[in-house]
Design a protein around this ligand. Structure first.
Ligand SMILES: *Cc1c(COP(=O)(O)O)cnc(C)c1O
Length: 391
């Protein structure tokens, strides 16, 4: 938080000077708290995939600039994954692009597809990079707020339809949804798709939690709905699916035209990244279904430890159908300001969480909600829950 940096930052971005994650992670260290704020796993992904990266590095694969769109092995593996899981066919050479994580995929997609002044409709609360990326592209964000209803946060389809104007260029969708844990249903996705087709909109869909769905919820890529393949950019991430967030390997799939546009921007952001890790992720995507199922069941067990512990501690819990986050309502604890609550929580209980208000334009709407991450070892979650119960 340098004081001189702020005045030089251009006006489109002044509101994005610092992130809450930096403040809260610093607080976690200063107070010796358990950090359930930022969503990164505290255990690495599969040993054989880590070894695959070591092998690539030792064999001199990827130590120099890999090909701009990503190594062919990884693009082929991504296309095979989309085909195997969802029946989506993509040409690995023209319809798949490897990016520096999903973060770059989001930024490059918006920079490629949005003209200054275009409106971008995004689900609120939104992942923190969306607002900044829309602003960098010169777009105007138009939030459609997911609201609590029967134990989860739901999309109001009438509100979504009403948010679309003649200036709307693009829908930015995220399912499974961070931070609420909502997984859009088949009916909701069909309605989103119909709207996109009817109003001739592009769609960017962030599906980084595609493998983390629970309680019979199903992840359905928007690109599989009628009329969507040619207007949808789909985004995935090895960081989230294989628990290697530091490797920063993500990808985009879509039509030749859309992926080509995103590639044009991507080449001037990072050009390429993560050379040896691309070889390892190619192997990871070919892991048997049992890997994905064990990963999912492991997260499910952790979700239950955290959700039950938070309930016992007096929070209202929105049990997530996807992702590795739990959103809670702090009002049953006699609190109403998530910011104040999260700033005090490390001292009070030795736990760090994130106020959902940072993911809202409408800070009032987000005020009573607080997010906890459960991508941590079970003993860490048990200790956190114990501390919160003693609060
Ligand atoms: C973590 C996350 C990302 C960023 O993924 P990286 O691959 O680490 O860049 C994007 N979208 C959502 C919703 C996320 O939670």
């Amino acid at each position: 938080m340098t004081s001189s940096a702020r005045p030089h930052l251009n006006r489109r971005l002044t509101e994005f000077g610092t992130t809450i994650f930096a403040e809260m992670s610093a607080l976690a260290v200063a107070t010796g708290s358990i950090n359930l704020g930022q969503g990164f796993p505290d255990t690495d992904g599969p040993e054989e995939i880590r070894e695959a990266a070591v092998r690539a590095l030792r064999d001199g694969r990827g130590n120099q600039y890999p090909p701009g769109p990503g190594i062919p092995e990884l693009r082929t593996a991504i296309a095979a994954h989309q085909q195997r899981r969802y029946g989506l066919a993509h040409d690995p050479d023209t319809e798949v692009l490897v990016t520096a994580g999903a973060t770059e995929a989001i930024a490059a997609s918006l920079l490629a597809l949005v003209e200054p002044g275009d409106e971008v409709v995004a689900l609120e609360p939104y992942y923190d990079s969306y607002a900044a990326s829309i602003a960098m592209a010169g777009g105007r964000r138009v939030p459609v707020t997911l609201r609590p209803h029967g134990g989860s946060f739901r999309l109001d389809l009438d509100e979504l339809r009403a948010a679309v104007t003649d200036r709307t260029r693009l829908l930015l969708i995220n399912t499974p949804h961070n931070p609420t844990g909502t997984v859009l249903t088949r009916a909701e996705l069909a309605a989103v798709a119909e709207l996109a087709v009817e109003r001739d909109l592009l769609v960017v869909t962030d599906e980084v939690y595609e493998h983390l769905v629970f309680d019979g919820a199903e992840h359905l890529p928007l690109a599989t709905f009628p009329g969507m393949r040619e207007r949808t950019v789909s985004i995935g991430s090895a960081g989230k699916t294989f628990s290697f967030t530091g490797w920063k390997v993500g990808w985009v799939t879509g039509s030749r035209e859309l992926v080509g546009a995103v590639r044009s921007v991507k080449q001037f952001l990072t050009y390429v990244s993560s050379g040896p890790f691309q070889y390892a992720v190619a192997e990871a995507l070919a892991l048997p279904d049992s890997y994905f199922e064990e990963f999912r069941l492991g997260m499910l067990a952790r979700r239950d430890i955290l959700a039950e512990g938070l309930t016992a501690a007096g929070f209202e819990v929105f049990r997530p159908a996807g992702t590795y986050f739990v959103t809670t309502d702090i009002r049953p604890l006699g609190e109403k300001d998530g910011f104040a609550f999260c700033r005090a929580l490390p001292e009070r209980a030795g736990v760090v969480a994130i106020p959902n208000a940072v993911f809202y334009d409408d800070r009032e709407a987000g005020a009573p909600f607080v997010r906890f991450a459960f991508c941590k070892r079970e003993e860490v979650l048990r200790e956190a829950v114990e501390r919160l119960r003693g609060m």
